[in-house]
Ligand binder design. Structure first.
Ligand SMILES: *Cc1c(COP(=O)(O)O)cnc(C)c1O
Length: 460
C-alpha cells in the first residue's frame, strides 16, 4: 500500500514514510491510495480470531510489502497490547438492550492507549531500522498527553516533551503524566491555558531550522497509524456481537471530538464491515452535528463541558472524510480548507450532505442529558460509565442493539460520575496510590523561548 495526501501535494509514499511524516508535507492528511476490501469469507474467519491476530489481519493490507515493520507486525502488535489488563484487550459487554465496547483497559484507562501503545512500538522499530532519533513534542489538555507518554516511555531513540496547563488538568491526569519517571519523558507545566501550550508547540514546529535540527515529531490523531490501530476494534466488536454472520449489520455509537475514532469506523465500513449506521455523538461542541444537519462546517467557540476530551472547535481528522465525500478530489479539499482558513466556514452540496446522512446519524447531547444517562445506565443496567461514554450511549438510544464505544474508565472522570450517581467510582489498580507517587515536572512561563531553551539543554 502507498499513501497520498488529501490535498494532492505528496507523491505516493510507503507506510513507514507515512507514519514518520505524520501530517502530510502539503498541510493535508495522509490516506491509503485505495481502501482494501474484505470478503464474507474473511469476515467469518476473522470473527474467530483473538484481538491480536485480528489486528494483524486487519492491518496487513495497509502496510507496504518489503518494509521491515511489515515482517515485524505480529511482534509489534503483541508488545503493544501486552500492557492491557483485560485478556480480550477490548471486551464487549451487554448493558440492557445495548452493547458496550470497553476501550479503556490500557495503561492510562482511555481509548487513546489502543493506538498510542501501537504507535510507540512502531516508532521504536522504525527508528531502530534507520538508526535515527525522534523528539516528540505536544500540548495536551489531559488524555492524549498521558497516553502518548505511556506509549513511548523508556523507548530507545525517542524523547517526549508534553506541555500541559499548570493546575488546569485534573489531579489524576496530572499525576498520570508527571509520575512517569523514565529519563526520556519530559513534562512541562505551562503557567497559562491549554491554548498557550498549543501556541508554543505550533511556534516551535514552525521554526523550521529548530524542527529539522531536532527532528520534531507529533503524536496527535493526524498520524495514520493511530487510525489504523483503531479500525481493529470495530471488527472485533462486530464479531463478538454477530458471531461472524456477514448478513448481520450493526450500529456503532462513537463519542466524537477530533473525528479520529469515528473515522476509523468509517474506514472499517468502507472495507466491507457490515455497519448499518455510525452514530456521531458530540457534547455541546457540536460543529460536526451542525455540519450533518446543514452541510455547513462552521467554526464556533470551544465551550468547556464534563466530557473535556471532546471539547474541540475544529475536528482535525474530518478532512479525511471530506476527501471521500468530495469524490477523492484534492483540489476540492484544498478549496474547502482555504475557505475555512479565510472565512471560518465552508459548505458542501445538498446531495453530498445527504450522502453523509446515510452513513452518520449525528446527535448533540446536553450536559444534563449526559449526567442523566450516567444515572440511568447505573440504575437500569448496573454499568457505571464515564461522561464521554454517556454521550455516546445517550445518542444511541434510538438504535436498540447498538454498540457504544466506552472511551474512558469512569474513575478518570470521578467528579462528574459522583455528581450523577451520588458516589465516587471505585479506583482501578492502575490509579490506586497514584496521588502518592513521586513526580517530576518543569514549570515554565508561557514563553516559547523558555521551552526551546529547555529542549536544547536536554537534547544537546
Ligand atoms: C479523545 C477522546 C474522545 C474523542 O475521540 P476523537 O477520536 O478525538 O473523536 C472521546 N472520549 C475520550 C475519553 C477521549 O479521550
Amino acid at each position: 500500500m502507498r499513501y497520498v495526501s488529501t490535498r494532492g501535494g505528496v507523491s505516493p509514499i510507503s507506510f513507514s514514510k507515512a507514519v514518520m511524516m505524520g501530517l502530510a508535507e502539503d498541510g493535508g492528511l495522509l490516506l491509503p491510495e485505495r481502501i482494501p476490501t474484505v470478503t464474507d469469507e474473511q469476515l467469518r474467519a476473522w470473527s474467530q480470531l483473538s484481538f491480536q491476530d485480528l489486528a494483524v489481519a486487519v492491518m496487513t493490507p495497509f502496510l507496504t510489502p518489503g518494509e521491515a515493520v511489515t515482517a515485524q507486525l505480529p511482534e509489534l502488535v503483541r508488545r503493544a497490547f501486552a500492557t492491557f489488563t483485560h485478556p480480550e484487550i477490548t471486551p464487549v459487554i451487554r448493558a440492557g438492550n445495548h452493547w458496550i465496547l470497553e476501550l479503556f483497559h490500557g495503561p492510562t484507562l482511555a481509548f487513546k492507549d489502543v493506538a498510542l501503545q501501537f504507535l510507540g512500538n512502531l516508532f521504536e522499530a522504525l527508528l531502530a531500522e534507520e538508526k535515527g532519533r525522534l523528539n516528540i513534542l505536544g500540548a495536551t489538555s489531559g488524555d492524549t498527553g498521558s497516553a502518548a507518554i505511556h506509549g513511548v516511555r523508556g523507548r530507545a531513540g525517542i524523547e517526549i516533551f508534553i506541555l500541559h496547563p499548570h493546575g488546569r488538568v485534573s489531579p489524576i491526569q496530572e499525576r498520570q503524566m508527571t509520575s512517569v519517571l523514565d529519563a526520556n519523558v519530559h513534562n512541562i507545566a505551562i503557567r497559562g491555558s491549554f491554548d498557550d501550550g498549543q501556541r508554543i508547540v505550533k511556534e516551535l514546529f514552525n521554526d523550521l531550522p529548530f524542527k529539522q535540527h531536532y527532528r520534531l515529531g507529533a503524536v496527535n490523531s493526524i498520524n495514520w497509524a493511530r487510525i489504523l490501530a483503531q479500525i481493529v476494534y470495530f471488527y472485533y466488536a462486530w464479531g463478538r456481537v454477530t458471531g461472524g454472520d456477514p448478513g448481520k449489520r450493526v450500529v456503532f455509537s462513537v463519542p466524537t471530538g477530533n473525528f479520529g475514532d469515528i473515522f476509523a469506523g468509517y474506514m472499517a465500513l468502507r472495507m466491507g464491515l457490515p455497519v448499518e449506521r455510525l452514530v456521531l455523538a458530540t457534547n455541546r461542541n457540536d460543529i460536526l452535528v451542525r455540519f450533518m444537519e446543514s452541510g455547513e462546517y462552521r467554526i464556533g467557540a470551544a465551550q468547556p463541558t464534563i466530557s473535556p476530551s471532546m471539547d474541540i472547535q475544529i475536528s482535525s481528522n474530518f478532512e479525511r472524510y471530506l476527501y471521500y465525500l468530495l469524490d477523492e478530489d484534492p483540489e476540492a479539499v484544498q478549496g474547502a480548507m482555504k475557505r475555512l482558513d479565510a472565512e471560518r466556514f465552508f459548505a458542501v452540496s445538498a446531495s453530498q450532505r445527504q450522502a453523509a446522512g446515510e452513513i452518520f446519524a449525528a446527535r448533540r447531547v446536553e450536559e444534563e442529558e449526559t449526567l442523566q444517562r450516567i444515572r440511568l445506565s447505573w440504575e437500569q443496567d448496573r454499568v457505571l460509565v464515564d461522561p464521554h461514554t454517556a454521550v455516546g450511549l445517550e445518542a444511541a438510544q434510538p438504535f436498540p442493539g447498538a454498540i457504544s464505544l466506552a472511551t474512558a474508565h469512569a474513575a478518570k472522570f470521578g467528579d462528574a460520575v459522583q455528581r450523577a450517581v451520588g458516589f465516587p467510582p471505585e479506583m482501578p489498580p492502575a490509579l490506586a496510590g497514584m496521588m502518592e507517587r513521586p513526580s517530576r515536572c518543569h514549570v515554565l512561563d508561557p514563553d516559547p523561548h523558555l521551552v526551546r531553551a529547555l529542549m536544547r539543554e536536554v537534547l544537546d
